[in-house]
Design a protein around this ligand. Structure first.
Ligand code: NAD
Length: 697
């Protein structure tokens, strides 16, 4: 008994046996629940006085899916598909009482039951492919028998839950219930018993609906490009196809094989790693109360931050010194809300309410009563210091002051405020109303409760906060400079921009670095580097980007950058003028040009990230390798199915990482390729970033 007895309880209500899952907060399906369920089914099936069995989840949800934290350790019997086979084989009707979240293994339990009743708040789905898995406990063989093949594929490939009405229409709900779920389900069970309802085992049904010849080929051809890249999607389709071609048991056996394959795959391990890493920062300290947020600077970032805060329900005071910038900011915000209404993402009422909470002003004095200020003025230390000097004086005591600087010294900004304990960095990514990442920068003097306030506001904005230390570029941009440094050197060494972009996109980066530069604007980095005092004293450092910017080739906004852009085009075409410019710069700097292969392009760019990430970890700028992975997957388009740069390094193995770094030190440039001490240490101990010594908390 033990853990199983606590997670699942058995009781009786007259001749109805009741199995209750009680595993707060969301009844996730873990070992204790599986063991408890099996024991409960066996006991009630053997009890001659019980005529039907109801399965109920206590709390607000039925079962929110498998407990992913058990996945890495591998299977520990009883396995869910065996438990469900036993449940389905019961000699008396088993009724699932569905309500709230009913996902993954919970939905599979529902399908293995003989009858299903549900409340209108049902949300039923199979999110497995989102973590690189497939439903492995009979879902792929049972759902086609109840709802048909097409509906099965749409649910499992789409990974979006359906509500009550859709579940009813798909034949997954036999009876609507309301009020007290348990009591209503027991009443329904009693009715079934009284009516002599037969056992209705899903496994004995034929697969629903006729299938056209070539159905699966057509379905596969209709998948989106993104879906086709996901191995778990291909496995789901294969498992469902297997369900249609052989016996139930043969289909289940194939699904099991495919499930185990997916569970062991790097993609799934990577996605599971991110699932846990992305739960966001937390703090034990008490937060200060925040209901109103001031935003200083109504430019690109300030407007985006304001939209995010308004959407989350905060009152917002947006201030810019230039009245025309105030007007433009308000216009941008209004237009965004209008678009969301048009696209059906927001009701008109919600948009009007959000805009009703917005105040715009052209003087900082308007911020004297807000609870939190987020500053997003020009990236210039003197300007920011003067703004913080004023904020320090005029904001009410206890107000938290945050800066959205990308690279500047948060401590220097904090000092100017005269109340450095209230100051924290809050580095949003562009567009700030869409990108989920926020680097929360802990200053040397930041008070714990100021930090915890920012952590909590970040979560209320629906974003993922990662707490980082104060250094040039923090975690993300500091690593970006290492990555960009290598691609800039390789440009000079003869790799054309499009070759570099193609190689890194093939690795999985959302966009190649040169295309990103053109999109963001090459002038931005150009100006930022001018203000960077300790940048490497190397005339080749970012020389190509700087040379393009010097010629006014800022990227998409000027129609020319690394690429040439036809009017309105978002994808550029290679430009011979750029080839020429690079060749001339290489000649001037004495860089010999050569053919550079994809492997070297990917190796140098990605290992530069890993090496810098390891330094950041060693210096304590990031608290864990997992935090670095969250930053890179959410802020810089690193492929999620590789888990982030540090997880990727672990899949290579630390000995291999060290050996590649040493190769580049020899063949590329020793000054940039000194291995981080942490890598040397981990390699010597046969450890990984993800092992406890690697800093994962
Ligand atoms: P922006 O030029 O679009 O907007 C800056 C706004 O600040 C302008 O409207 C300007 O009038 C206003 N401003 C300047 N001085 C002011 C003052 N003293 N008081 C009040 N308002 C003042 O710039 P942006 O791209 O929104 O960047 C703002 C900040 O966000 C910078 O620190 C930048 O590094 C950071 N950031 C930018 C990005 C990005 O991709 N654009 C990403 C992350 C962080």
């Amino acid at each position: 008994m033990g853990e199983a007895a606590q997670a699942v309880t058995v009781s009786r209500d007259g001749d109805i046996g009741l199995i209750e899952i009680d595993h707060p907060p969301v009844n996730s399906m873990n070992h204790a629940v599986r063991a408890g369920l099996l024991e409960a089914v066996e006991a009630l099936d053997a009890d001659g006085s019980v005529r039907a069995i109801v399965v109920h989840g206590r709390g607000k949800h039925f079962i929110a899916g498998a407990d992913l934290s058990e996945m890495d350790a591998g299977p520990r019997p009883p396995l869910l598909h065996d438990v469900l086979a036993r449940l389905e084989a019961a000699a008396k009707p088993v009724i699932a009482a569905l309500h709230g979240t009913t996902l993954g293994g919970g939905a599979e339990l529902a399908l293995a039951s003989h009858y299903r009743c549900a409340t209108r708040d049902l949300s039923l789905g199979f999110p497995e492919v989102k973590v690189g898995l497939i439903p492995g406990s009979g879902g792929t063989v049972r759902l086609p028998r109840l709802a048909g093949v097409k509906a099965t594929l749409d649910l499992m490939v789409g990974a979006q839950p359906i509500g009550f009405d859709a579940a009813l229409a798909a034949g997954l709900v036999d009876r609507e219930i309301s009020g007290d779920v348990r009591a209503a389900a027991i009443a329904y069970a009693r009715e079934l018993v009284a009516g002599g309802a037969p056992l209705r085992r899903t496994r004995d049904l034929p697969v629903a609906g006729p299938l056209d010849a070539g159905f699966f080929a057509t379905y596969r051809a209709g998948l989106t490009v993104a879906q086709r890249k996901v191995k778990a999607v291909a496995r789901v389709v294969e498992a469902v196809e297997a369900a249609t071609t052989g016996s139930f048991d043969a289909g289940l056996a194939r699904a099991r094989e495919l499930f185990v394959e997916s569970r062991e795959s790097v993609e799934s391990r990577a996605l599971r790693h991110l699932f846990f890493a992305e739960r966001g920062a937390s703090s034990a300290a008490r937060s200060r109360t925040v209901t109103s947020i001031g935003v200083v600077g109504a430019g690109t970032m300030g407007s985006g931050i304001a939209i995010s805060a308004l959407t989350a329900g905060f009152d917002v005071v947006l201030v810019d010194l230039k009245p025309e910038a105030v007007g433009a900011g308000r216009q941008r915000i209004t237009t965004t809300f209008e678009e969301q209404v048009r696209k059906g993402r927001l009701t008109e009422g919600a948009a009007a309410a959000a805009l009703g909470r917005l105040t715009t002003r052209d003087a900082l004095e308007a911020l004297d009563q807000v609870d939190l200020v987020i500053e997003a003025v020009f990236e210039n230390l003197e300007v920011k210091q003067s703004v913080f000097g004023e904020l320090g004086r005029l904001c009410r005591p206890g107000a938290v002051l945050a800066t959205n600087t990308s690279t500047l010294d948060v401590d220097a900004i904090a000092a100017a405020s005269g109340r450095a304990a209230d100051v924290v960095g809050m580095h949003f990514f562009s567009p700030a109303n869409i990108m989920r990442l926020v680097e929360i920068v802990r200053g040397a003097a930041s008070a714990e409760d100021a930090l915890s306030t920012v952590i909590s506001v970040t979560r209320r904005l629906g974003k993922i906060g990662v707490v980082v230390g104060n250094c040039y570029g923090f975690v993300g941009n500091r690593m970006l400079y290492a990555y960009g440094r290598e691609k800039e050197l390789m440009l000079l060494e003869g790799a054309p921009p499009e070759r570099i972009d193609r190689a890194l996109e093939a690795f999985g980066m959302a966009m190649g670095p040169n295309a990103v530069g053109d999109l963001a604007g090459l002038d931005i980095g150009f100006h930022a580097r001018r203000g960077w005092k300790d940048k490497p004293k190397d005339p080749r450092f970012y020389r190509v980007s700087d040379a393009l910017a010097e010629q006014g080739r800022y990227g998409q906004k000027t129609g020319r950058g690394f690429y040439r852009y036809e009017a309105g085009a978002r994808r550029g075409t290679p430009d011979p003028e750029v080839t020429e410019l690079i060749r001339a710069e290489a000649g001037r700097l004495g860089v010999r040009q050569r053919e550079i292969g994809d492997e070297e392009i990917v190796g140098r760019c990605i290992l530069a990230l890993v090496n810098e990430g390891a330094r950041i970890l060693g210096e304590g700028i990031a608290a864990s390798a997992a935090d670095i992975d969250v930053v890179w997957c959410n802020g810089y388009g690193f492929p999620r199915d590789r888990g982030g740069p540090m997880f990727y390094a672990d899949t290579l193995g630390m000995t291999e990482v060290l050996s590649q770094i040493r190769t580049y030190a020899r063949d590329a440039d020793a000054r940039y390729w000194e291995p981080a001490p942490l890598i040397i240490e981990l390699a010597a101990r046969g450890a990984a970033f993800g092992s406890p010594e690697g800093g994962r908390s």
